[in-house]
Design a protein around this ligand. Structure first.
Ligand code: ZN
Ligand code: ZN
Length: 340
């Protein structure tokens, strides 16, 4: 067999073409992974529609892959055929810049990404760089593992920046897929966790995933959080600028706002809001390689739950992407390569 089924973006704003393409072969330093599953992420929709800086086409989209190594490049020593790995968005960095050698590969100016400027995981096989794909424990179901590779690692990178510990207070704004991982990961640090969302169902879910408190976003969450002493960290997973003021008003002295979601537009900032509290605002983009390895290993202990998944075959990926756009998806949609 020399060809595989893939979902290929051939023109921005158009459905992905489901077609047969050649199975990739690994060069030195590369691996080929046969996919078990790949999550369908809202980022895929942005890439498809050309919302983000446009890359060369055609490209196979998809960046939440889980599968097994079926071929290794010449001289490979770390990984062998049969190893189970995850394929995140980050395909690789230059390996030599300051960011790359200090664990900030996600910020490498020369970084490349699966499902964007390198072929991704909406295909039966994907070619990856050895050393850039974390091991996936055998005891995690592929459907549950797939969203960890994007939503999970992104939430993990954000929670680590919050420097939480027992006795601290974390407020998680936005309790969709990323936010629910954020709630669980913040809780695992020992911190007290307040979940904030406009949607009662999402708040109920956040409680089920370990949040100590759940507050509606339209019920003055800052006042509620201030009564608890104020937040050491506000983690924003909500794609709206409406959370900006409530987050600032929730902070206690030396608190910080960690920005993850990417709303359009700008926010107003009075310098005194930060100065008088000694507060900080910082962005968090994806996560580094070691963070991805650590998160997957943690998931292998059973400490992290994923939302309910809906399995679809690869040929149904366009419908899944449209449903993400319409916002009618509960939980996560995952392409199951065992379905035809
Ligand atoms: Zn993603
Ligand atoms: Zn680099």
């Amino acid at each position: 067999m020399t060809t595989m089924q893939a979902a290929v973006l051939t023109a921005f704003g158009k459905p992905l073409a489901i077609r047969d393409v050649p199975i990739p072969t690994p060069a030195a330093g590369e691996l080929v992974v046969k996919l078990e599953a790949c999550g369908v992420c809202h980022s895929d929709r942005h890439v498809q529609m050309g919302d983000w800086p446009q890359m060369d086409l055609p490209k196979i989209l998809g960046h939440e892959g889980v599968g097994r190594v079926v071929a290794v490049g010449a001289g490979e020593r770390q990984v062998k055929e049969g190893d189970r790995v995850g394929v995140p968005a980050l395909h690789g960095g230059c390996g030599t810049c300051r960011e790359c050698i200090t664990g900030w590969e996600a910020l490498c100016p020369a970084g490349t990404r699966h499902g964007y400027n390198v072929d991704g995981c909406f295909a039966e096989y994907v070619r990856v760089r050895s050393g850039w794909v974390p091991a996936v424990p055998e005891n995690i179901d592929a459907m549950a593992a797939a969203p960890l590779l994007c939503a999970g690692v992104t939430a993990y990178g954000a929670v680590r920046k919050a420097r939480l510990e027992a006795g601290r207070l974390a407020a998680v704004f936005g309790c969709g897929g990323l936010g629910l991982y954020g709630v669980q990961l913040a809780k695992l640090t020992g911190a007290t966790v307040v979940a904030v969302d406009v949607d009662e169902a999402k708040l109920a879910k956040a409680r089920a995933f370990g949040a100590d408190y759940a507050v509606r976003a339209d019920a003055d969450p800052a006042a509620f959080i201030k009564k608890l002493g104020g937040a050491d960290a506000c983690l924003n997973f909500a794609t709206t600028l409406a959370v900006w003021q409530p987050m600032l008003r929730s902070l206690r002295a030396n608190g910080q706002v960690i920005l993850v979601a990417i709303p359009r537009g700008e926010v107003a900032l009075a310098p005194t809001d930060l100065i008088e509290l000694g507060a900080a605002v910082r962005g968090s983009y994806e996560a580094g390689r070691q963070e991805a390895r650590d998160l997957l290993a943690l998931a292998g202990t059973g400490a992290i739950k994923s939302e309910i998944q809906e399995s679809v075959p690869l040929r149904a990926v366009n419908e899944a992407l449209e449903r993400l756009e319409r916002g009618t998806v509960v939980g996560r949609i995952v392409v199951d390569f065992g379905m035809t």
